[in-house]
Design a protein around this ligand. Structure first.
Ligand code: G3P
Length: 215
């Protein structure tokens, strides 16, 4: 399973990179807006820190505009993955880009039918937003399971990238289901280390060691 960091904040990416277990980074227009910088500059800097897939999203909503932006984004670095919304224009653009061997991440996926369209269009990644489904009283993990089943039924190679992951329990659930990737904020990544029994056990080991080595 691959771990991506879901942020545009360079300090967070540098901190996570030190752990050595971050495979890629995803951004979106909201995350880029939080940096107060131009997307191109942020993406270029991220590509110098993490040697893996880096998602950068188009802003245009029409096919011509998406294609234009996508080609500019793809030129930034070979690791750039063009993120496209799951709309008619987005799926058309996805097909065109995959025919050109440009990597794509189809985002804002909320149904298995939408995921099926993205796979048909040759998407490299599909991003189902599980936290936002939970927000409206649906079960985001069920969507990951449905997509896993449909993709496996037909041998689609599009990778499931669980997105809108908010906490460690989401990571646990999508890992059990078989999501290929989970993209998460730094807080969720760091929460994966945590277990009270680990803390308690370590405290006892250190205490016993100190007692045994008293003069
Ligand atoms: O990867 C998509 C993610 O950034 C959306 O997360 O928490 O805004 O639903 P959230």
């Amino acid at each position: 399973m691959e771990f991506f960091l879901d942020t545009g904040i360079i300090e967070e990416i540098k901190e996570a990179a030190l752990l050595g277990i971050v495979d890629g980074v995803t951004t979106n227009p909201t995350l880029i807006a939080k940096t107060g910088r131009k997307q191109e500059d942020v993406i270029r800097e991220i590509c110098q820190i993490i040697d893996g897939p880096i998602s950068a999203e188009v802003i245009a909503t029409d096919y011509e505009g998406m294609m234009k932006e996508a080609l500019v984004l793809a030129e930034i670095h070979p690791n750039v993955v063009v993120k496209l919304p799951l709309t008619e224009a987005g799926i058309r653009t996805c097909k065109e880009l995959s025919d050109k061997s440009i990597k794509t991440n189809v985002t804002l996926c909320f149904s298995v039918n939408q995921a099926l369209l993205a796979a048909k269009a040759g998407a490299t990644y599909i991003s189902p937003f599980i936290g936002r489904l939970d927000d409206i009283g649906q079960n985001g993990n069920d969507l990951i399971a449905e997509i896993r089943q449909v993709y496996d039924n037909y041998g689609f190679t599009t990778k499931i990238l669980a997105a809108s992951v908010r906490h460690a329990f989401h990571v646990r659930e999508v890992a059990l289901i078989g999501s290929d990737v989970a993209t998460m904020p730094l807080s969720a990544l760091k929460a994966l280390y945590k277990h009270p029994m680990t803390d308690k056990g370590l405290e006892a080991f250190l205490k016993d060691h100190a007692n045994a080595n008293k003069k």
